[in-house]
Design a binder for this molecule. Structure first.
Ligand code: AGP
Length: 618
């Protein structure tokens, strides 16, 4: 959580830092701040609220925008409520050092008490102000340069961090470091300028050359010099690898849509096609996935597969459980990463762990991977963000290739995760002969149609919008599905909750009778997935039970369905496909529905309250 955007070079730092913060706002948006150094003064502006609120302040303080060095921060509060004082950047007591920080210093209270005994006075409630004063204390005590002081200070902190630190007495350098939270360094032409950010999006239009720090690494960035990287704890020198960015500016802009979420919903046909690329060879009736092929023995001889993930990615994992067990007959368990990591699970070297994450930075998922590895399990990652911590921590894996997902509510990340997981299930099912050639080939041919079917499905937007208008004032909603579509019901409910703040629950349709049915009255909208295969008659019975209690039914059905149409209040049709592939389609109407309800309720669709895109704290 929290976004860092900093610049050192020859351009005006202010617009680079502010635009960078806007692109990183998905990481947290309860307060924002920046400091610009003009060679004489550290010009600080910070406020509770969004980057746009910060801009309003700096607009009134025009003079504060000049200078070629700047550091900015957009915050998701951990220590201290979101207010002006707790916003970053934070200064050291002397006023010489300034820091922006993403992460949590867990032993900050002990350090703070110690520093207070040495005469330090703190303005804010943050762990970050403690850290910058610790760095200052070390610098004064040791009589060392900033880089050494940062390194020594970090050896005595416990927790997670990505930091950028500036010392006005050494104004040609910035020091950055990471442990558990990401940091990228954009290297400008002839090293005349450098960009520092939580991901590469703030500097993609300036340079395609990026260095991603690894955990426990720090870098000294000096104008005109090669970036010096070293390990924080053992002081060893690291030769930094400069990676070429694949990201383009268009990918991270709204491209004419009102919101990133809507753009990302509409990008799904392309995103799924990109996920297929090089893997789905429909003409040859083949799936090519080297990460599976190279480890086929491990997969086929595994006792079980354990899937770990959080939120929407966990829902994708649940779909995968149904897929892998059905298609490949390998036992699968799906775990919330946050529970798995702390419940002393039984894991052996005969287990395969699949970790699913859009961002590749979710702290609980990362910790679950480390735990599984420590017990000897082989860990496979399904990630969207290339080069992310989870992608690097897993033994191997597959990228989803969804492209940058900026809206906090996951949409294309979910469908592309399911796409990859379906390919894996099919590949394993073919390899261990749980699927006959005929069934496998039928799946391939049906799978190939999915991007076009999603494209067609997106044409229902106006119809879904009209349904959203009817139910936008509901205070409670139920989402029901069975089999492959039970996780889609959970995901539908999560989407509605997170962006419209309407209470919603997802249930397996048959579970309704064991409790939730008590909630049903004439005010309760119930969204039911009733596609024509898998348990169709059972779901129809569930719908009848709801109607008997005056609930309102909005049913997602297969095109041409007449039976449910006769009973439901509204129907939304999806194109016909195999039951196992329906989650790739049934998800779409629920994404659109949540989007339209949130817009009608005037909610902040892309940045819902209290949330952040990547949860890098546990
Ligand atoms: C989904 O809309 C949410 N933003 C959230 O549940 C998310 O899926 C979860 O935090 C996991 O994130 P990850 O996929 O980046 O690990």
């Amino acid at each position: 959580m929290c976004g860092i955007s900093a610049y050192i070079g020859y351009r005006e730092a202010y617009p680079i830092v502010v635009n960078g913060l806007k692109r990183l706002e998905y990481r947290g948006y309860d307060s924002a701040g920046l400091v610009i150094y003009d060679g004489k003064k550290m010009q600080l502006s910070k406020t509770k609220g969004k980057v746009s609120d910060l801009e309003l302040i700096t607009d009134k303080e025009e003079g504060r925008k000049k200078g070629n060095i700047g550091m900015g921060h957009t915050r998701w509060a951990t220590h201290g409520v979101p207010n002006d004082i707790n916003s970053h950047p934070h200064f050291s007591q002397s006023g010489d050092l300034v820091i922006v920080h993403n992460g949590i210093i867990e032993n900050y209270d002990t350090i703070r008490k110690e520093l207070i005994t040495r005469g330090y006075v703190f303005e804010s409630d943050t762990d970050t102000e403690v850290l910058i004063n610790l760095i200052e204390e070390v610098k004064l005590n040791e009589g060392c340069k900033l880089g050494k002081a940062v390194q020594l200070a970090l050896t005595s902190v416990v927790g997670a961090y990505a930091i950028a630190v500036f010392d006005k007495t050494k104004p040609d350098e910035l020091v950055v470091a990471r442990l558990g939270s990401p940091i990228a360094i954009g290297v400008g032409k002839e090293k005349k300028e450098f960009f520092i950010a939580s991901d590469a999006s703030p500097f993609v239009e300036y340079t395609k050359n990026a260095i991603y720090l690894e955990d426990e690494e720090m870098a000294i960035i000096k104008i005109g010099k090669k970036v010096k990287v070293r390990k924080i704890h053992d002081d060893s020198i690291v030769d930094p690898i400069i990676q070429k960015l694949q990201m383009s500016l268009e990918q991270i802009e709204k491209g004419g849509y009102d919101h990133f979420m809507l753009k990302e919903i509409h990008e799904q046909p392309k995103a799924i096609t990109d996920t297929f690329r090089g893997r789905m060879l429909a003409k040859e009736n083949m799936i090519k996935m080297s990460s599976i092929e190279d480890n086929l023995d491990k997969f086929l001889n595994a006792d079980r597969i354990i899937i770990v993930a959080c939120g929407t990615s966990w829902h994708a994992g649940l779909v995968a459980e149904y897929l892998i067990e059905d298609m490949a007959r390998i036992p699968v368990e799906v775990e919330y990463a946050s529970e798995f990591r702390y419940r002393n699970p039984i894991i052996t070297d005969k287990d395969i762990v699949i970790a699913i994450s859009q961002s590749g930075e979710t702290a609980d998922t990362l910790a679950a991977i480390k735990l599984a590895k420590s017990k000897g399990a082989f860990v496979y990652g399904v990630c969207n963000v290339v080069g992310s911590s989870i992608a690097r921590e897993t033994h191997t894996g597959a990228y989803t290739h969804a492209g940058p997902e900026i809206g906090v509510a996951s949409t294309k990340a979910f469908t592309t995760q399911i796409t990859v997981l379906t390919l894996i299930a099919l590949k394993l099912g073919q390899a261990n002969k749980s699927l006959s050639d005929e069934v496998f080939e039928n799946y391939i041919q049906k799978m190939e149609l999915i991007p076009k079917q999603v494209e067609k499905l997106l044409e229902i937007d106006e119809h879904v919008k009209s349904i959203a208008a009817v139910y936008k004032d509901a205070t409670n909603c139920l989402y029901l599905g069975r089999g492959f579509n039970f996780p889609v019901a959970l995901e539908g409910a999560l989407k509605l909750k997170e962006i419209s703040y309407i209470h919603a629950e997802g249930y397996p349709a048959a579970e309704m009778k064991h409790g939730p049915i008590a909630l049903i009255d004439e005010n309760m909208p119930i969204f039911v997935i009733a596609t024509n295969k898998g348990h169709y008659e059972k779901v129809v019975s569930n719908i009848q039970e709801i109607k008997a209690r005056s609930g309102k039914i909005i049913a997602v059905v297969t095109e041409g369905d007449t039976q449910v149409r006769d009973i439901a209040d509204h129907v939304i049709e999806i194109p016909d496909t195999e039951d196992a592939l329906t989650p790739l389609l049934t998800t779409i109407p629920f994404q659109l529905l949540s989007y339209h309800i949130a817009v009608m309720l005037n909610k902040n669709v892309d940045q819902p309250r209290n949330l952040a895109k990547s949860v890098t704290v546990e």
